[in-house]
Design a protein around this ligand. Structure first.
Ligand SMILES: [Zn+2]
Length: 493
């Protein structure tokens, strides 16, 4: 009898494991809605005179020949090598190949503040429309071949999108679909279930694991008991859990067994004045970050704790740069993809933040941002796994795909070398996902998920913006065609 129960329990666990489609689905034939974006059909392809940044952090390989065999990378040959017969030859002179970006904080929605005005007022409630049409195209066009949604608003839609992309019916990157935000009372937007107890947290995690999500995300208003229950249940389903926390501090979350923390060091509340256990603080982490200067005893202790417990950190610099007065404006190519309303909302927000330049509030945030850059470097130097994602929410100034490139540029501004930043944006994410044997570097036998840009990002990281073609499973997609297909749409659908 006891044995029978045990066998039944094991069968249930196995069944729930198989419900999630793998992040990297086997390539399917491409349907009529995908075909128009194909620039280089899959086959035996040899790209000559190409610079290769392999994603490991190593110096680029100059004048190489890249062989692609169907969905896989065949070889990286040194300059002057003969090309085996049967290959279609392309010229990569002046161009650089990199592994496809692995975006680890990449939403499929846009944050709408209804009827926002120039003074920053808007009508309640905050709602979040899906960008199921435009976001996947923007990601792929800009070099993102695998991404985690890191908090879902319409999980059924995201799961269906993954199924349609994997089936070859829609164009887009490989998706790690994250659960809806696991959140208690006090949620920032209205479309969310509110967790009311540890049992409720467990129930929600078990439900979405059975529905086939690949990962979980906790949010700002959970108790320690609820977060602990959610982590435990996710782990029972062999799935990982990350968090954008506030009510639970970083050390508390580490003790509960969390796998990953979002937003660098911006949302740790351990030293926020007035912080009460299990409650979000008013400062939401900024006072703690101001206190935690890189190299301080507080910083050293936290970083040691994170590294010792193998907790990964996701850097999301573009969304925080939006709160630094007089940050870099959106480029014309980015403004071109925004809907008229999203463009207007972005300009209102940008204007408001600019008006804080030189004020105490503006200066304080600029200092917090600087501290975070130093802490991210210290974390990597100590052996921590840092990953990259743009978090395309905020004030409309962070856009899918463009934001992934901006994240790497900001990592270089933080003091990482360009090839280190590229590793953070590629191999490190693949490592966390347990997929480093398939993606994240350019090496023989790995999936042909990579992108080619004009110029040399190892010397000038901004060249990462000059995307020509993005290979996913050996099919080369035309970046310009993808971008043209979403002009004026982001912010609408
Ligand atoms: Zn986010």
């Amino acid at each position: 009898m006891k044995l029978g129960l045990l066998a039944a329990a094991t069968a249930v666990a196995v069944a729930s494991r198989t419900l999630a489609a793998p992040v990297l689905a086997p390539p399917a034939p491409l349907g009529p809605d995908v075909q128009p974006f194909v620039h280089v059909p899959a086959g035996q392809i040899a790209i000559q005179h190409l610079r290769i940044i392999d994603g490991t952090g190593a110096a680029p390989i100059e004048d190489a020949t890249l062989l692609i065999n169907g969905a896989k990378i065949g070889a990286v040959l040194p300059a002057g090598s003969a090309i085996p017969s049967g290959y279609r030859t392309l010229d990569g002179t002046g161009e650089t190949a990199m592994p496809g970006l692995v975006g680890m904080h990449n939403h499929l929605y846009y944050l709408q503040r209804p009827n926002l005005d120039a003074a920053g007022h808007f009508e309640q409630p905050i709602i979040i429309p899906q960008m199921t049409f435009s976001a996947p195209r923007l990601y792929l066009a800009n070099g993102v071949t695998t991404m985690r949604t890191t908090g879902s608003v319409e999980p059924y839609t995201d799961l269906s999108l993954k199924r349609e992309i994997d089936a070859g019916h829609l164009v887009g990157p490989h998706l790690d679909v994250t659960s809806p935000y696991l959140e208690g009372p006090g949620a920032f937007f209205i479309q969310n279930h509110q967790i009311t107890s540890p049992e409720d947290a467990r129930k929600e995690v078990a439900f979405w694991a059975d529905m086939g999500v690949n990962s979980f995300k906790a949010y700002m208003h959970l108790t320690r008991a609820e977060l602990g229950a959610a982590i435990d249940e996710a782990h029972k389903h062999h799935l990982k859990l990350t968090g954008h926390l506030c009510s639970v501090t970083y050390p508390e979350a580490v003790a509960l067994g969390i796998d990953n923390l979002e937003h660098g060091f911006f949302v740790n509340t351990e030293f926020d004045p007035g912080k009460k256990p299990d409650e979000c603080s008013d400062g939401t982490g900024t006072p703690t970050l101001l206190k935690m200067r890189p190299g301080s005893p507080e910083a050293n202790a936290l970083i040691k704790l994170l590294v010792d417990h193998h907790v990964a950190i996701t850097s999301t610099l573009p969304v925080f740069a939006q709160s630094v007065p007089l940050h870099e404006p959106l480029q014309a190519r980015q403004m071109d993809v925004l809907s008229p309303e999203a463009k207007e909302a972005y300009l209102f927000s940008r204007n408001l933040v600019a008006s804080r330049a030189g004020t105490a509030r503006g200066n304080e945030f600029a200092q917090a941002y600087k501290n975070d850059l130093g802490l991210e470097r210290q974390f990597v130097a100590a052996g921590g796994l840092l990953m990259a994602g743009p978090d395309p929410t905020g004030n409309g100034g962070v856009i899918p795909g463009f934001g992934d490139q901006r994240e790497l540029e900001l990592l270089v501004e933080a003091g990482f070398t360009a090839v280190e930043a590229i590793r953070i944006g590629t191999l490190n994410g693949a490592t966390y996902l347990g997929l480093a044997d398939r993606i994240g570097t350019i090496a023989p036998g790995k999936d042909a998920d990579l992108f080619i840009v004009k110029g040399n990002p190892a010397a000038n990281i901004n060249d990462i913006e000059n995307v020509i073609v993005v290979f996913k499973d050996g099919v080369g997609y035309d970046s310009t065609k993808l971008l043209n297909s979403v002009r004026g749409r982001f912010g609408e659908y």
